[in-house]
Design a protein around this ligand. Sequence first.
Ligand code: ADP
Length: 531
Amino acid sequence: MGRAFEQMRVSLKARLDELNRLLVVSQGVASSLEFSEAIQPVLESALGSGASSARVVLVPGMVPDLEWAASTPARFGAGAAQNLYQNLDEQILNLSRQQDRLVLSNTNRPRLLNFIPGAPRPESLMAVALKHENQYYGALWVAYDQPHAFSEEEVRFLVTLGGQAALAAANARLFLNAEIGRKRLESILASTPDPVLVTDENERLLLANPAAWQVLGLGAETYEGQPLDQIISVRSLVELLRSENGDGAREKQMVEVVLPGGRVFLASATPVLAEGQRVGRVCVLRDVTHFKEIDALKSEFVSTVSHDLRSPLTLMRGYASMLEMVGQLNDQQISYVRKIVSGVESMSRLVNNLLDLGRIEAGVGLQLEMVPVVDVVERVVSALQLQASQKRIQLTSELPAHTVPLVEADQALLQQALHNLVENAIKYTKPDGKVLVRVQVQPVGVVFQVIDNGSGISPMDMPRLFEKFYRGAQQGPKEERGTGLGLAIVKSIAERHGGRAWAESQLGKGSTFYLALPLKQPKKSVEGVAQ
Ligand code: ADP
């Protein structure tokens, strides 16, 4: 009985010791992401039962680190003979890849290992493969100078240590990979010529790349963690980085900002989402000064040329129409003259459109007055009624039952915008179709809708409709004439009034064009005109 108790005490003590050692090992693994540090307690514990060497050898490149060349295995050792047997590392690494554990009580039999003649050799050894989530990281192996019979407990203990070593390798690999990713991003950000700003959810600056410091005129001090409005003086940029309004909070938003020094940047801000939550914004600025300059030059060139074309065109049209008056022309001559007149007319249309666009874009004289919406609609509808009836198109208008408020706008321009929309609707609707002009009153503005049941617009054309000179693919059998400027003019007029123009369409079913204008013009734009 006494002996039995004594045996129980000894084995309990051994078990407790083992647990203690495991505790130290797992604390080591958990407390360090540096593999060489985390593995040290594992190696010390592996020496526990009298081994003279404990070693860990890793598959080359498995735990990336600058210190280890990617082509040679990383090795770590403990114990008096740790370096004595290191020539066996590669062989053990290869064997462990195929078998999870290798227990050799006597290294002479079976002949699994090739020993270099004359080199020191262990009498017994045991190796366990380091595996974590099916990934092979390398091997942990212990060697004895004497033959050693491995007990079941010893084998189990070394396998557990192997599990801890594999965990340490997996952690280090994960951490180093994340660290490499972070470093890569950091150098991309540092080398990108576009300024990049990142904010957190509390509207503080989290990160700014060197290009951003430069354009914002920030010095070398650290601005990270400071509130945006204390660092950035450009109001529109601060507002963009902050904006949270409704749907916009989840979408990319863009504004043009003029930074100190006069350069123009297109700033786009995208929210950063983590598990559906907004955790800040990323803003990239693109220098568009050069494009702006080219655009201004182009507009100037176009308006000069179109202005100078006007007089010769009037002259040509006049003389061509007079030909019939000054003498008898034969049928062929009459048909040629008509062709000339029609050609000159379409050129004049283009020139007039270009001049209009130039004037609207240049912002010359918005003649603001309180315009009765009903009048605008009636004038446009009656001006185009003839054109519609020639195609047997039913052109109607629908106004709200209650009184329609006055809208502050330039009447001539507003009329022109609506005219362009209705003219297009007639142009792109087949004979016997319908065009309806509808007005919707909202608390802050009016929306004109021009609805047709015509050819519709293909989704490919939709995004570019309002661009200058863009013409959609013609759907009908007859090609309609046009300059591709009508909708560009509508858009410019809308924007000059602080409004918006857009379209919805279904190919083959029809289109609806919208023109939304605010009831009142903000003070700013009136001042803008005065300047
Ligand atoms: P244009 O009519 O001179 O080609 P616009 O700028 O007025 O130029 O219109 C651009 C393009 O938009 C047109 O070429 C046409 O393809 C398309 N479009 C405009 N309005 C309509 C409409 N109501 N229905 C179908 N397509 C339209």
